[in-house]
Ligand binder design. Structure first.
Ligand SMILES: [Zn+2]
Length: 95
């Protein structure tokens, strides 16, 4: 049986299948970007595909700790907007 890779959401700290999580990665220039491929180089962190987890996370600045890099509110907000827009798109496709 093939083992499914598990990752922990930095917001709720639940372990989930890697494919069920969103990966964000810290780019070389210190920016935080959403990584849809899950393979971008750099230090990454994982979040549930849930608005609650994403918003809680961004407010608590846990991502900064997880990535060992302080991020500005603007960076976090831009990331949240991108992810939430994406989640809304995916949801629209499912319906
Ligand atoms: Zn979560």
């Amino acid at each position: 049986m093939k083992k499914i890779p598990q990752r922990m959401c930095v917001s709720c700290r639940e372990r989930r299948n890697k494919k069920d999580l969103l990966r964000v990665v810290l780019s070389e220039d210190g920016n935080i970007i959403y990584d849809p491929t899950g393979k971008a180089p750099g230090r990454g962190a994982y979040l549930c595909r849930q608005q609650s987890c994403i918003m809680t996370e961004l407010k608590a600045h846990r991502l900064s700790k997880g990535l060992k890099q302080s991020l500005t509110d603007d960076q976090l907000k831009a990331l949240a907007d991108e992810i939430l827009a994406l989640c809304a798109e995916e949801k629209a496709l499912e319906e």
